[in-house]
Design a protein around this ligand. Structure first.
Ligand code: EPU
Length: 420
């Protein structure tokens, strides 16, 4: 298992370009199962999760070719029975259920596992498919779904923590080929969900209300191939903004869409970090003292849970108390114990982490537990004095394209150590 060796204390300086969005491209790839035609997706990040989704589609019979940031998928013939072990491993793979059911009217897909950030149920996915007329049963770890014909209906997809991102994408994909009109109330409004909707529209789907909590999908008989460019990764952009601010650097971030992360920009500014548009890019500058700032994660357009850990690493640099409250996932504080190894003082009170910022951070060996926790540890390691070794970097490779190369270009002293 690879690790990162970081010699910290160097402010990041220079320019970085943001890659395509992981959380958009995964359901987009699943959506290609809805047609027998060829679909071309551009601006695709080279990530282990994306390659893995390619393997899942291949195992279902699709042809998948990756080349120069483009993936070409042709699902001329597909089977509806997914490989148990493959699908179980990646949460995003639940998104193949809706398209397979809509296309084949029968599908069996393994239940995705829970993970360290929470139990991650799929009841809302199942509720939505049932409402469209699917008969579902769960046996031997598989979800078996069958239908004579999916039929449009009005359904409410809100859950205990608000809307569901992949659930909305899954049901929306299934509804594109259903008979009649489907109205999804309490739909997720995340830019990644809008990207899935726009992708489907480019395939001939009829969807209105994109970006709002009410999505209306009028079923069509068939969808066709498309050529589509995925949106930039707002979470990667925010990660670089936090890294630049935490190291008191100055970085020009290219290719991001600031309107996709207004809540994060607002909090960065509240923390005294300067972020301003410059020549079509975003310039982040943090020379002054960082101010403690309270943050609560919420569904879009609120502060994203996927930036909570990275922002916490930044708040470790802000003298004073910051309260960071996690409202989406019940146990997304695995990074807290590891940040403490670097000298951070953080306590957990229910859904909130209380950060006593401003303590000196010094390098130590730490363990990455999930994707965004890993990013937080890298940020803290870059800001700390001395050497930090972040173990289990495979979590990071799932969601950040060539992160160490991008950071090295910004002056960071970071190396990948293989097999440690
Ligand atoms: N939920 C339910 N029932 C369901 C589905 C979700 O109760 O059937 C709950 C979840 O337990 C959670 C909340 O609803 O409390 C929101 O979960 P959501 O379904 O929106 O999460 P997701 O779609 O499984 C995606 C991203 C996550 C990101 C969340 C929230 C992908 C592949 N994953 O997950 O990304 O944190 O939305 O924005 O798109 C990451 O990239 O690091 C990551 C974890």
């Amino acid at each position: 298992m690879d690790s990162f060796l970081i010699k910290g204390g160097v402010p990041l300086h220079g320019e970085v370009t943001i890659s395509g969005s992981k959380n958009a491209v995964l359901p987009l790839m699943a959506a290609t199962l809805l047609t027998a035609d060829t679909c071309v997706i551009r601006n695709v990040p080279d990530l282990s999760d994306v390659r893995f989704m390619g393997k899942i589609l291949e195992s279902l019979g699709a042809e998948v070719k990756f080349a120069d940031g483009t993936v070409t998928i042709r699902a001329a013939k597909v089977k509806g029975f997914g490989d148990y072990e493959m699908i179980r491993k990646m949460r995003g793979s639940i998104c193949i259920l809706g398209p397979l059911l809509a296309r084949l009217r029968e599908a069996s897909v393994s239940l995705p596992g829970g993970c360290v950030i929470g139990t991650r149920p799929i009841d809302l996915h199942l509720k939505g498919l049932k409402a469209l007329g699917a008969k579902l049963d769960i046996a031997n770890g598989y979800i078996n779904a069958k239908t004579k014909r999916l039929v449009g209906t009005m359904l409410f997809l809100g859950g205990r923590a608000g809307p569901t991102v992949l659930g909305t994408a899954n049901i929306m994909m299934a509804a594109t080929l259903a008979e009649g009109v489907t109205v999804i109330e309490s739909a997720a409004c995340e830019p990644e969900v809008c990207d899935v909707a726009n992708f489907l529209v480019s395939m001939g789907a009829k969807i209105t209300g994109i970006g709002s909590p009410t999505l209306t999908i009028t079923g069509v008989d068939r969808l066709h191939g498309t050529d589509y460019e995925v949106i930039p990764d707002r979470i990667e952009a925010c990660t670089f903004l936090c890294a630049a601010a935490a190291t008191k650097g100055e970085v020009l971030v290219h290719g991001a869409r600031p309107e996709h992360f207004a809540a994060v920009l607002d909090k960065l500014r509240e923390a005294g970090v300067k972020v301003e548009p410059k020549a079509g890019a975003l310039l982040v500058k943090s020379t002054a003292r960082i101010k403690p700032t309270d943050v609560t994660t919420l569904p879009y357009a609120g502060f994203p849970t996927d930036v909570q850990a990275q922002f916490m690493a930044l708040m470790c640099r802000a003298p004073g108390i910051s309260v960071i409250t996690e409202r989406i996932f019940e146990s997304r504080f695995m990074h807290v114990a590891e940040l403490a190894r670097l000298g951070a003082e953080i306590s957990i009170e229910g859904p909130s982490a209380i950060v006593k910022g401003g303590r000196p951070l010094s390098g130590a060996p730490v363990m990455a537990s999930d994707l965004r926790a890993s990013a937080a540890l890298v940020i803290a390691g870059l800001a700390a004095t001395g050497t930090t070794q972040v173990h289990r970097i495979y979590h990071l490779d799932r969601g950040y394209e060539r992160m160490e190369e991008k950071l090295r270009k910004l002056g960071a002293r970071i190396e990948r150590v293989e097999g440690e």
